[in-house]
Design a protein around this ligand. Structure first.
Ligand SMILES: [Zn+2]
Length: 323
């Protein structure tokens, strides 16, 4: 059963399962500072439904109505409304908000959907309502992402980042985009809510992990620029996560490689997998034979393009030169 309650512009629908889980958990008091008297309030509210319900279906509807009422009464609905209202572009763009229960790790989030994308879907694990500060951060991040996609100045374009390239490269580009966009989102949140300044060290650690094959100064400058600077456009971010040369140009221009030099993290010329280094020297007789053999399979390949160690091993095994 869904019960609609008007919010300033959009109508908020809350999945009945979520209201029940949140209210029961809140009543059990395992939230921060579990308020005294809540279990009693829940028992009191449910008791008349037991007494008056005409049958099982009637009772279920009655319980739903009680949980929905308490979801609002105990402030959970107000918290969601407060967070949505911080994002004027979102408020202006949606007619309805559907708040549902995230069943699995990773299914939580906020996204636009429905006819003409006028509905905002928010999926949250019930347990998050017991940690209002964590819920605030999670939803602020999600809603700022949504707000970016609504802003013509950002120029968001859905769809693949690297159309026509192998799936592994698309996934890597998506992970990088999530990080770079996320740093910009957190930096803007920290300007508005100084408590989030603490997230910067976490983001720097993530950037170092993501770009460990590039010079140390790069993750530092990247985080500083995205954290403090103005929001980049989507296309700029897309180019930076797909092409290391664009990334270096943006954050570490003095480290641009010589033309033709291999850049750690670039794709192997044979298998297209991003790798830290490639074999480029073909000096021994056996190595020169391998290079010839590779050239036979890849007519446009040249020895100076190099090949990753795994590809070279594969060829060496086939040639019987690898022991
Ligand atoms: Zn390779």
């Amino acid at each position: 059963m869904q019960i609609a309650v008007p919010v300033p512009r959009a109508v908020l629908h809350v999945e009945s399962r979520l209201t029940r889980l949140v209210v029961e958990a809140g009543a059990a008091g395992d939230g921060a500072g579990g308020a005294e008297g809540l279990p009693k309030a829940l028992a009191l509210a449910l008791e008349p439904v037991y007494r008056r319900a005409a049958g099982a279906a009637d009772r279920a509807d009655g319980f739903d109505a009680v949980y929905r009422h308490l979801f609002s009464e105990w402030g959970y609905e107000g918290l969601i409304e407060e967070l949505v209202s911080e994002h004027p572009l979102v408020v202006a763009a949606v007619d309805e908000i559907w708040l549902g229960c995230a069943e699995r790790q990773g299914s939580a989030g906020a996204d636009l959907g429905g006819p003409a994308l006028r509905q905002l879907g928010i999926c949250l694990p019930a347990a998050l309502f017991l940690e209002p500060e964590a819920l605030r951060l999670f939803l602020r991040r999600e809603l700022l992402h949504v707000e970016d996609t609504l802003d013509p100045g950002f120029g968001y374009r859905p769809g693949p980042l690297r159309a026509g390239r192998p799936g592994a490269m698309e996934n890597l580009a998506r992970d990088r985009l999530r990080l770079l966009w996320g740093i910009s989102v957190d930096g803007r949140l920290a300007r508005r809510f100084p408590v989030y300044e603490k997230l910067r060290a976490e983001r720097l650690a993530q950037a170092r992990g993501m770009y460990r094959s590039l010079p140390d100064a790069l993750p530092e400058r990247l985080v500083a620029a995205l954290w403090l600077g103005s929001r980049p456009r989507f296309e700029e971010l897309r180019l930076q996560v797909c092409d290391h040369e664009r990334l270096l140009e943006a954050y570490l221009p003095e480290a641009r490689p010589e033309a033709g030099a291999f850049l750690p993290g670039s794709p192997c010329a044979l298998c297209s997998f991003p790798v830290a280094r490639v074999v480029v020297e073909w000096e021994s007789e056996a190595e020169r034979r391998l290079a010839l053999r590779i050239g036979g399979d890849f007519p446009t390949w040249r020895p100076e393009f190099g090949a990753c160690e795994r590809c070279v091993e594969g060829y060496a095994v086939r040639e019987g030169t690898w022991l």
